[in-house]
Design a protein around this ligand. Structure first.
Ligand SMILES: C[S@@+](CC[C@H](N)C(=O)[O-])C[C@H]1O[C@@H](n2cnc3c(N)ncnc32)[C@H](O)[C@@H]1O
Length: 209
């Protein structure tokens, strides 16, 4: 989360009253096992956005345990569509599978074990919502291949795009390459796409086709 906005984000989170047992279980599991999942306010925003637009065919790159996947899978299911979600790590893939089973989403979710860089290229369909939430070093590649598969009027949602605020303040030198790549990516999106950058959560990028 961006440091400067921590208090505002905390206030937003304090107003979220989550009652869904599966969502609460996954949140607790993620904390206990140090699994990075979207923050609660971003989860709410994802749910709001996908359900208000009645998105049907949704793609996610970076499933982890299926937390954001459950939120978007439910929207896709309600709208008679499906969620395709890609995870590179087999342990996470199996945990997500278990959670989609618990959420009775198996018929509405196509969970793929593999590298998003390769797997997105193999998809021969159009998506009306694409959520990019995997390795930040590959965001440009994920985006380029995703954009080709984005339906007209569709939307791409890129999470953690401002990477802990490191794009505009001092950061540990080991992150030099990733910070440079993300900064170039944002410049590219600003110049070439219908793009908005939101200082919310850890920074969100939205692209509309
Ligand atoms: C931030 S987590 C995703 C969290 C998930 N979207 C949620 O909020 O519930 C990022 C996930 O992307 C996976 N990942 C990293 N690189 C990937 C790649 N190249 N292709 C697919 N998944 C990848 C990681 O294993 C990790 O589980």
């Amino acid at each position: 989360m961006l440091d400067e906005l921590k208090e505002a984000n905390e206030y937003v989170v304090s107003k979220i009253e989550e009652k869904d047992p599966l969502i609460l279980e996954m949140e607790a599991f993620a904390i206990e096992n140090n699994v990075p999942i979207v923050t609660k306010e971003v989860a709410k925003y994802l749910e709001f956005l996908t359900s208000s637009h009645n998105f049907k065919n949704i793609l996610e790159i970076g499933t982890a345990i299926g937390y954001s996947g459950t939120i978007m899978g439910r929207v896709a299911k309600k709208n008679g569509g499906k969620l395709t979600t890609i995870e590179i790590d087999e342990i996470r893939y199996n945990q997500a599978l278990e959670n989609f089973k618990k959420g009775e989403l198996l018929n509405s979710v196509n969970l793929i074990l593999g590298d998003g860089v390769e797997e997105v290229k193999k998809l021969n369909e159009k998506f009306d919502f694409i959520f990019i939430d995997a390795s930040k070093g590959h965001y440009m590649e994920f985006f380029t291949d995703s954009f080709e598969r984005l339906a007209d009027d569709g939307m791409i949602f890129i999470d953690n795009i401002m990477f802990r605020g490191y794009l505009y303040k001092e950061y540990p030198k080991r992150f030099k390459t990733i910070v440079r790549r993300l900064d170039e990516f944002i410049t590219y999106l600003s110049k070439n796409h219908n793009f908005v950058l939101l200082p919310f959560g850890d920074g969100i990028g939205l692209v509309r086709k």
